[in-house]
Design a binder for this molecule. Sequence first.
Ligand SMILES: [Zn+2]
Length: 60
Amino acid sequence: MMFSKKKITTAYTVEKCTKCGMLRKRKFAEGDVLFTESSKCTSCDGMTNIEKIFGETIEQ
Ligand SMILES: [Zn+2]
C-alpha cells in the first residue's frame, strides 16, 4: 500500500425548525437542497428547513 492513511469525507445536513428553532444534524441524503423544506421537527409540529450542508474530513 502506498497510502497508510485514508481520508474519508462525509457530508452532513443541518436542519433548523422554523417554529422552535431546533437544530438537528444528520447525514446528507441525496436530494437535500439548501434552504428548502426538509422534514418534520422532532420536538414540535413545525417543519425544518435545510440550514447548512457541509463536509467533514476524517483521517483514519
Ligand atoms: Zn420544532
